[in-house]
Design a binder for this molecule. Structure first.
Ligand SMILES: CC(C)(COP(=O)(O)OP(=O)(O)OC[C@H]1O[C@@H](n2cnc3c(N)ncnc32)[C@H](O)[C@@H]1OP(=O)(O)O)[C@@H](O)C(=O)NCCC(=O)NCCS
Length: 151
């Protein structure tokens, strides 16, 4: 397997939209949001690619006033799941955030999203809080965090 994770390029937008639409059934990021968020200076976007095919992406957002980065979205094309692509993407954004001086990564996940929860727990994230009624359908969110740069 020759999967590479690299920074996003402007020409990736259509592929990122395709992954987003295939991976999520609700609460999708629109093309406009993806374009705006991924081109922000404060964003860290990793794109997983294999032989020219985009398999998935991860988007983390940062603020100049905080040492905490936030994993805003991660998605892998359904036919490419279960191969460790998301784990590679998470490593990539975590390392990039650490390199930019951020000490913690945080995220929210739907409390019924078992694959994502398993992924985060396997990658060393710990749940520290819950938001009730967080998503449009009333589902709660679990908040997870991980310390970066600990090795
Ligand atoms: C969640 C998601 C990103 C995982 O991507 P992935 O590339 O399949 O994940 P990986 O192959 O790196 O798997 C890493 C771990 O995640 C867990 N995992 C992944 N898919 C799983 C599934 N279908 N069921 C249960 N656990 C799963 C496992 O613990 C796995 O470790 P293992 O291979 O040792 O069992 C992917 O399923 C996806 O894009 N889902 C839709 C979008 C989404 O929900 N994003 C998260 C929003 S917070």
């Amino acid at each position: 397997m020759s999967i590479e994770v690299r920074p996003a390029l402007p020409g990736d937008l259509a592929a990122l939209v395709a992954v987003e639409n295939a991976a999520f059934s609700g609460d999708k990021l629109s093309e406009r949001s993806l374009r705006r968020l991924s081109s922000a200076e404060t964003a860290i976007v990793g794109v997983a690619e294999e032989r020219g095919k985009v398999l998935g992406y991860a988007l983390a957002l940062t603020r100049r006033t905080s040492g905490v980065a936030r994993l805003y979205s991660i998605a892998v094309a359904p036919e490419e799941t279960g191969k460790g692509v998301a784990a590679l993407l998470l490593h990539y954004v975590e390392n990039a955030a650490c390199g930019r001086g951020f000490h913690t990564m945080r995220l929210e996940v739907r409390s019924d999203n078992k694959p994502a929860i398993r992924l985060y727990e396997k990658m060393g994230y710990r749940s520290f809080a819950q938001y009730e009624n967080y998503y449009h359908d009333g589902m709660s969110a679990l908040r997870y965090q991980k310390s970066l740069c600990t090795r």
